[in-house]
Design a protein around this ligand. Structure first.
Ligand code: HEM
Length: 563
């Protein structure tokens, strides 16, 4: 019996499919279509059209599978062969074979383990400062790359940010076009000016008092300090962003289930930034982004609640809604609601993670706490309210905080930029990056590179941030200043340049205030060292971090405390 491939029209059809797959390949390469309509047209429309036009009408349907197989097979073959060929512009860079073939490989690592930051760090240890982590993507660890990639004259965001494009509007952190981003960033700049900061400082004081009261009520009881730090982060952000009371510190529990909601939502979609073209498929799959939708709705609900109130005081919402009328075009509420949800995740979660990491490191290396406590005691009497300027200038406090953010930055990996087509390429540190290439900077790996931070780049050693003539290493050995390298230009926990964290100053102020208040009043003792041992093993990356539990006992500060 004649099959489709043995009849003359069939052979014509298969030949046509192979030829048109070449054409489709060039269309994909040149225009990178990502919308469902053109993608479906190119992937399904063409083989179906060939079968309809070449098969006898009675065979047309039966011919579709054979044509699709030939068409897709030759298209995939072309794409993969080019990606590993010596003609590819990134051919000379080392990296895992599967990563060169597809970003699906990194998406898989992220989905399965959440430890992409560690995987990329290890790749850099094997291959050096530049690793090919995708068909068109390089991860660069060189200390001089950060400013050229992220700085004022840096590179626009890459497709990693595309999944953040929401149904209604895109949050600030998902905007890739630098001009559009600059417009949307203006209200954030007003929201973070010095007048606004004064207002937030009052809110920090109130929230720190709630934290101290909450902990005082639970003295000597086992508590999870990581959870308490997130109560603080959420209570503060609720007040600061929306004049909203989450009331977690007062009640001593996650009143809105936010911690779990964020963990579930971000774990569910963490892989998707590596394969942003799959967003439309995800949207078509019922329940695939259920937790993410729940989180968005929770953020929007608080924003809409705030919208129902009059302009009462200069919270973040007041600026984002432009209640003072600075902008010619009034912002729409949906966009502000999306930015509000962003503020809760980007603001509350990151600050809480930093504080949890700080306590983990202090419990693991208690030798540093005494010196920190001595500095804080000398600067403030216990009853003094927080002096934000003084706190910002305490050298050892800032050294401990920087060292925490260096070793365990809340955004562990994932700052991606793209050298756009038509730019002719870009010099990044000592490298030339061809156009059409994505560049990823992994804070976790850069911060642990010995070119940027030495000696002991993997060790918690706050002294590296202090200006000294001689340094005593953790092991007791003394080294001259010339042997200590601390590359501030490679320190990027908040990113840098035009897309630097919009809440950096407020985050630092709220974190320092908590550390000062707690270190002066309490001793924190770990109840089970197993949790200290597990802490870094349980750390996962979901753009922000997913952290574990840290059970401790908080005690009233004893006279015998180290000082
Ligand atoms: C320790 C705490 C924090 C850390 C480590 C942190 C870190 C970061 C990082 C790495 C980015 C990505 C920038 C990029 O894509 O290049 C970012 C963006 C952002 N952060 Fe933070 N953040 C913190 C706290 C906060 C707080 C408290 C707020 C709000 C009050 C906030 C609001 C934002 C916003 C709005 C963006 C998007 C900026 C833009 O696209 O222009 N962050 N943050």
């Amino acid at each position: 019996m004649a099959t489709y491939s043995t009849i003359p029209q069939g052979r014509t059809g298969l030949g046509l499919a192979a030829i048109l797959s070449f054409a489709a390949y060039f269309v994909f390469k040149r225009y990178e279509p990502s919308r469902p309509a053109p993608v479906c047209l190119l992937l399904i429309g063409i083989p179906v059209a060939i079968s309809l036009s070449t098969a006898r009408s009675s065979d047309a349907l039966a011919a579709v599978p054979a044509l699709c197989l030939v068409y897709w097979g030759s298209l995939a073959g072309l794409v993969l062969a080019y990606r590993i060929s010596p003609f590819h512009p990134l051919a000379r860079y080392p990296g895992p074979f599967l990563c060169k073939l597809s970003k699906g490989s990194l998406a898989y690592v992220t989905a399965r383990t959440g430890r992409t930051y560690l995987y990329l760090h290890q790749l850099h240890q094997i291959h050096g400062d530049v690793v090919r982590i995708g068909p068109n993507e390089l991860s660069i660890r060189h200390k001089d790359a950060c400013v050229s990639v992220l700085g004022q004259k840096g590179i626009p965001r890459g497709p990693y940010y595309d999944p953040r494009i929401q149904d209604v509007d895109v949050a600030l952190d998902g905007i890739r076009d630098p001009a559009v981003h600059a417009i949307r960033r203006r209200p954030w700049a007003r929201a973070m000016n010095s007048a606004s900061m004064k207002h937030y400082e009052d809110l920090i004081c109130t929230t720190v008092t709630d934290l101290v009261n909450g902990l005082t009520k639970r003295l000597d009881e086992p508590i999870d300090i990581a959870i308490w730090m997130s109560f603080y982060g959420f209570d503060f952000m609720g007040r600061m962003a929306f004049t909203y009371e989450y009331g977690m510190l007062k009640e001593g529990r996650d009143t809105h289930g936010l911690r779990k909601m964020i963990d579930d939502a971000l774990s569910e979609v963490r892989w998707i930034s590596h394969v942003p073209w799959s967003v439309p498929l995800l949207k078509l799959t019922p329940g695939a982004s259920k937790n993410w939708d729940t989180l968005k709705a929770a953020g929007a609900k608080v924003a809409l609640h705030r919208a129902s109130m009059a302009s009462i005081r200069p919270d973040l919402f007041h600026h984002l809604m432009d209640e003072e009328g600075h902008e010619a075009v009034k912002p729409n509420l949906e966009a502000v609601a999306v930015d509000g949800a962003l503020a809760i995740v980007a603001g509350a979660d990151t600050a809480a993670t930093t504080l949890a990491h700080f306590w983990y490191l202090m419990l693991r290396y208690p030798q540093y706490l005494g010196r920190l406590r001595g500095e804080i005691d000398a600067a403030f009497a216990l009853d003094d309210g927080p002096d934000f300027t003084k706190q910002a200038n305490l050298p050892y406090l800032n050294a401990c905080l920087n060292e925490t953010l260096r070793l365990l930055p809340p955004v562990l990996a994932g700052l991606q930029r793209r050298v756009e087509r038509g730019t002719g390429g870009k010099g990044v540190g000592p490298y030339f990056i061809p156009e059409d290439t994505q560049v990823t900077l992994v804070a976790y790996a850069i911060h642990r590179s010995s070119d940027a931070f030495s000696p002991l780049p993997e060790t918690f050693w706050p002294d590296r941030w202090l200006a000294q003539e001689n340094y005593t290493l953790p092991g007791g050995e003394t080294v001259p200043a010339g042997d200590v390298r601390t590359s501030r230009e490679a320190f990027m926990p908040f990113s840098m340049g035009p897309m630097v964290c919009a809440g950096k100053n407020v985050a630092l102020a709220e974190i320092r205030a908590v550390i000062c208040a707690m270190v002066q009043r309490f001793d924190v003792a770990v109840t089970d060292r197993v949790f200290l041992d597990k802490w870094e093993d349980e750390l996962q990356e979901c753009f922000v971090s997913k952290i574990g539990h840290l059970p401790v006992k908080v005690e009233s500060r004893s006279a015998s405390a180290p000082s």
